[in-house]
Design a protein around this ligand. Structure first.
Ligand code: GLU
Length: 450
């Protein structure tokens, strides 16, 4: 469709060198064809042109002093992408790979993901090209304080509410909140993913992983299948992967892999969750140390990965849960999964499968839950944290978990029903993208040209 093609070409001129952002835009626009063709209003209101342009982008210097007394400088970002449905909402990513393209792709995805939750939250994302690995607690604190010295003026509980993402957990949120409070004199719900001691919500830590498994459960049960007894591949070893593995065990499945940037663990009898938590949540060391307690497991260093993909996707299993990072599952990985008998994929990470890999899944007609839908449980539970903060209430673990289950069921049904409405039942990419888009686009039209 020339309209979509022209939008991408224009973006390449106005926002050069942002490959991941174009990838996310193209993926969405491709699946919007059926709704754009039948609804002139979106063109008339220039919704596509407006939706691909962030409402506001903040880029700033983050200077800090390391433990040797040396001044370091990083680059900070906050992209306030779309506020049609509510305050900008989305995490902060601290990782050396962070640049404007990565933050914009994440912010763009966040708009539709947040819309799919059915909750009143807009889309935003931020972060810095800071590598928390190997940094002392003092260095992390000084970096977070400096980051907030600029960002504090742009955020607030009713305008922009950051949270965690890769490299940002409760510790970093604590340091950022502390600095925000000092600068503004306000104790308000400006961040989610806070410690349970001072305003955090139960289940927030577990929510992305749990939600991703609830999504898979809905997708399978709706088709007369179940998670029970299924062998599962999980990638990643962070928050999302850990709580995906935890919930898979609870529901009777067997996760046999996990990975970090240095390598992959394959444990035929099932990943030992207690060991994984100790290594990653307490000791914060490399996954390779898993072998010390479990010499019967297998470790494949990243240097031994197949050139066209990742070791973690090359084992026989029935379900796959990509929970690491963007583009971690290639076309060849997808083909290997299919050849090894995979029946379903539920994405805990943001855009983990390349566009070619997604095509392979759709062509093979496996059950495929795209990240925008399958990993929305994290941000949905963030909104539940905001609701508790605003009403000065604290809900029990079961109360929040029940709400999360209902939200994930509704997201699945919304994607499924929208896919059917547009003549492609089973295509949850199309269903999720159109459902999310329609809500945001209609809200934008109702709010006028702003
Ligand atoms: N970073 C998470 C995501 O990708 C959570 C964002 C939030 O809780 O605001 O959705």
């Amino acid at each position: 469709m020339t309209y979509i093609h022209n939008t991408i070409v224009k973006l390449q001129k106005t926002s050069p060198a942002q490959a991941e952002f174009y990838q996310a835009v193209e993926e969405i626009l491709d699946s919007l064809q059926p709704i754009l063709e039948t609804n002139d209003k979106y063109k008339q209101h220039a919704i596509i042109e407006r939706i691909v342009e962030p409402e506001r982008q903040i880029m700033f210097r983050v200077p800090w002093v390391d433990d040797q007394g040396q001044v370091q400088v990083n680059k900070g970002y906050r992209v306030e992408f779309n506020s049609a449905l509510g305050p900008y909402k989305g995490g902060l990513r601290f990782h050396p790979s962070v640049n404007a393209s990565i933050i914009k792709f994440l912010g763009f995805e966040q708009i539709f993901k947040n819309a799919l939750t059915g909750l009143p939250i807009g889309g935003g994302k931020g972060g810095a090209n800071f590598d928390p690995k190997g940094k002392s607690d003092g260095e992390i604190m000084r970096f977070c304080q400096s980051f907030i010295n600029e960002l504090y003026r742009h955020i607030g509980p009713t305008c922009d509410v950051p949270a965690g993402d890769i490299g940002v957990g409760a510790r970093e949120i604590g340091y950022m909140f502390g600095q925000y409070k000092r600068l503004t004199g306000r104790y308000d719900g400006v961040f989610t993913g806070k410690s349970l001691l001072w305003g955090g919500s139960l289940v927030r830590k577990e929510a992305t992983g749990y939600g991703c498994v609830y999504f898979a459960q809905n997708m399978l049960e709706d088709n007369g299948l179940s998670l029970s007894g299924k062998t599962c591949l999980v990638s990643g070893a962070g928050n999302v992967a850990i709580y995906t593995i935890e919930k898979l065990y609870e529901l009777g499945a067997k996760p046999i892999t996990c990975s970090d940037s240095n390598g992959t663990i394959y444990h035929e009898t099932g990943i030992d969750l207690a060991t994984l938590k100790t290594l990653k949540e307490v000791r914060k060391v490399r996954l390779e140390e898993y072998l010390t307690e479990h010499p019967d497991a297998c470790y494949i260093p990243a240097s031994d990965y197949p050139q066209d993909g990742h070791a973690v996707w090359r084992f026989p299993a029935q379900l796959a849960f990509p929970c690491a990072t963007q583009n971690e599952l290639t076309e060849q990985d997808a083909q290997a999964l299919i050849a090894n008998g995979i029946i379903g994929v539920s994405e805990g990470a943001n855009m983990p499968s390349t566009q070619d890999a997604v095509e392979v899944f759709l062509a093979a007609k496996i059950y495929y839950g795209p990240g925008k839908a399958a990993n929305a449980g994290g941000v949905a539970t963030s909104q539940l944290e905001m609701a508790q903060n605003a009403s000065m209430q604290t809900w029990s673990f079961d109360e929040v978990d029940e709400k999360l289950k209902v939200i994930m069921k509704n997201i699945y049904r919304n994607a499924r029903d929208t896919a059917a409405e547009f003549g492609e039942p089973h295509n949850l990419v199309l269903g999720a993208n159109i459902a999310g888009f329609r809500k945001v686009a209609d809200a934008m039209i109702e709010q006028g040209v702003v």
